[in-house]
Ligand binder design. Structure first.
Ligand code: FES
Length: 289
């Protein structure tokens, strides 16, 4: 599996990594997360598979292959792999038992693909927000050249003025004292953020750790469905993308990972960021990563 110089140890948790709609029938779609090069594809029944993007035969990229009859065929010599990563057909002779690629736990819910990349056994529960129930959404996708922890921390900064804070073992919510609880940002482990500035709309930010130096953001704008919702959502999502993007150069200018022990000196107004770092660290320790 791809572990280049930008690789980092996968963290525990169900990481949202893609929109379900990106993985159409008959397509092999590459995805990079924690420096691991992976491929997503669907069986004939529509079941999603996630596995290493490296063919165990001679290293070709399986995401350039073809999906056919419930298998993924390598583009170089056509060897076929099932969703469990086992090679089920080669060009001649019997299939050696070692000819298999790593397959990873993957689930679909809320129109998203969730991947478990850590060595520990996956937990049952997927992270999500009840606040999004019954709302329509529009999605955009952007990339920033910075460690993913810096992106989460910056979003927790975005509540202006005095703030209040609530946290538990897997989330941090901060809201404006002046604007009230309807003006909030919440991070939910491992990589989801929601923000609201009133009752009408919500923004979900999926922070995908591509590698140590790169983060992909899936920005979903949510609002109540109506006859105008397609237009309203498109315009609102364009505005939100610009609003988040205004920070891009500032955040990309931050060096390294946002974690305890990296030399950052936090102050009282960084309480939400400190809570995020504490929770992330505790989750890593609890699973022995
Ligand atoms: S490199 Fe994949 S089948 Fe040969």
């Amino acid at each position: 599996m791809g572990r280049g110089p930008s690789a980092m140890p996968p963290e525990p948790g169900w990481f949202a990594v893609a929109e379900s709609s990106w993985v159409g029938a008959g397509r092999a779609v590459p995805v990079r997360c924690f420096g691991l090069d992976l491929v997503m594809w669907r069986t004939s029944e529509g079941q999603l598979a996630l596995m290493s993007d490296r063919c165990p035969h001679r290293g070709a990229s399986l995401s350039r292959g073809t999906v056919d009859a419930g298998c993924l065929a390598c583009p170089l010599h056509g060897f076929r792999f099932d969703p469990a990563g086992s090679c089920v057909a080669i060009d001649a002779g019997t299939v050696p038992p070692l000819l298999r690629t790593r397959s990873l736990p993957v689930r679909e819910a809320y129109g998203m693909v969730f991947a478990w990349l850590h060595a520990d056994t996956p937990t049952a529960e997927l992270p999500w927000f009840d606040d999004l129930e019954g709302l329509a959404h529009h999605s955009r996708r952007i990339r920033w050249d910075v460690h993913w922890s810096r992106v989460v921390a910056r979003q927790l900064d975005r509540i202006p003025g005095p703030r209040q804070l609530r946290s538990d073992a897997c989330s941090v919510r901060t809201w404006s004292v002046d604007g009230g609880p309807e003006h909030y940002v919440e991070w939910r482990a491992p990589n989801l953020l929601i923000s609201a500035s009133g009752v009408r709309s919500r923004v979900l930010l999926v922070v995908v750790p591509v590698d140590r130096h790169c983060t992909e953001l899936i920005v979903r704008t949510y609002a109540r469905a109506s006859v105008w919702s397609a237009v309203v959502l498109w315009l609102a999502s364009w505005w939100h993308e610009r609003s988040i993007g205004r920070d891009r150069l500032l955040v990309e200018g931050q060096t390294g990972e946002g974690s305890r022990g990296n030399g950052d000196v936090l102050v009282a107004s960084d309480a939400a960021v400190a809570a995020f770092r504490r929770i992330r660290e505790a989750r890593q320790l609890n699973t022995g990563s």
